[in-house]
Design a protein around this ligand. Sequence first.
Ligand SMILES: C[S@@+](CC[C@H](N)C(=O)[O-])C[C@H]1O[C@@H](n2cnc3c(N)ncnc32)[C@H](O)[C@@H]1O
Length: 301
Amino acid sequence: MRPFLKWAGGKRQLLPQLRRFYPADFDTYHEPFLGSGAVFFDLAGSGRLDGRRAELSDENPDLIGCYLRVRDSLDAVLAALGRLDRGHARGEADHYRQVRDRRFNPARRSWRRAGAAIDAYSPDLAAMFIYLNRTGYNGLFRVNRSGDFNVPPGRYARPRIIDAELLTAASRALAAPGVSIRLAGFATVIERVAANDFVYFDPPYAPLSATANFRSYTARGFSDADQARLQQVVVTLASRGATVILSNSVAPLVTQLFEGNLAAHAAGLTPYRVQARRAINARADRRGLIEELIVTNGVAS
Ligand SMILES: C[S@@+](CC[C@H](N)C(=O)[O-])C[C@H]1O[C@@H](n2cnc3c(N)ncnc32)[C@H](O)[C@@H]1O
């Protein structure tokens, strides 16, 4: 099973390396940087979550709102997406801009003015979120200072806007008993993770240089202090007896936190440098293989 969204930093390319460290046995699965959920859908599709609980979370309210509507209101989402698909066939980039500026952003503003309750994210908003994701520039989700979504149209000849089969499979996986989806910052996993649980951490990657790709998924961004806090959370949960896997860049900040770091070593965490294919980059010449870091206390199979 694969994700129904494109997401910057989506982990489909890295799955072969990550799978090596999936624990054979665990109680609850946690994914606190859900994004498009490549690992969740991989686990669900291979039956590894059968009879288990899964706690999924992310700090992006639109993303979580979209997941909830795909789970609970699939028919309404599909109907709205069908209308967007037909509009796109007629208007393409103009249709994209119209949906973004005259429908999506105004509807989001009203929703945010009313308190941005996640349950009030409508099926229409979810459908527009999927439509803009499938047709916008590199599938990015980015907001400006006033909180409006501002990604330009992408250049796709025939984008696949509606994939009913994929969305239906995703909806079922998300509605399985034991799966919960919440809007939350990553640090809240501390309250939920028990020994013998499995946690996959896929934060916004620390930039390799000051001029590296813009990687802000939320209005707040992800600071160096967040990376350090995340290291503490990973160390705490590994010490608690959970199996943890973290992926990140090989930026000096990250390697300092995990390679040759005493607390990480004492918690049984091992850093592995792996080659990954970077899919989303504005410059085609930078889409080749790059080195990434996987840190885990899991045993390689
Ligand atoms: C690299 S992406 C995850 C990609 C995901 N593994 C996939 O396959 O698509 C990082 C995610 O972290 C989320 N995020 C950013 N800051 C966060 C925070 N403080 N707490 C929780 N999630 C956060 C972003 O919204 C984004 O979806």
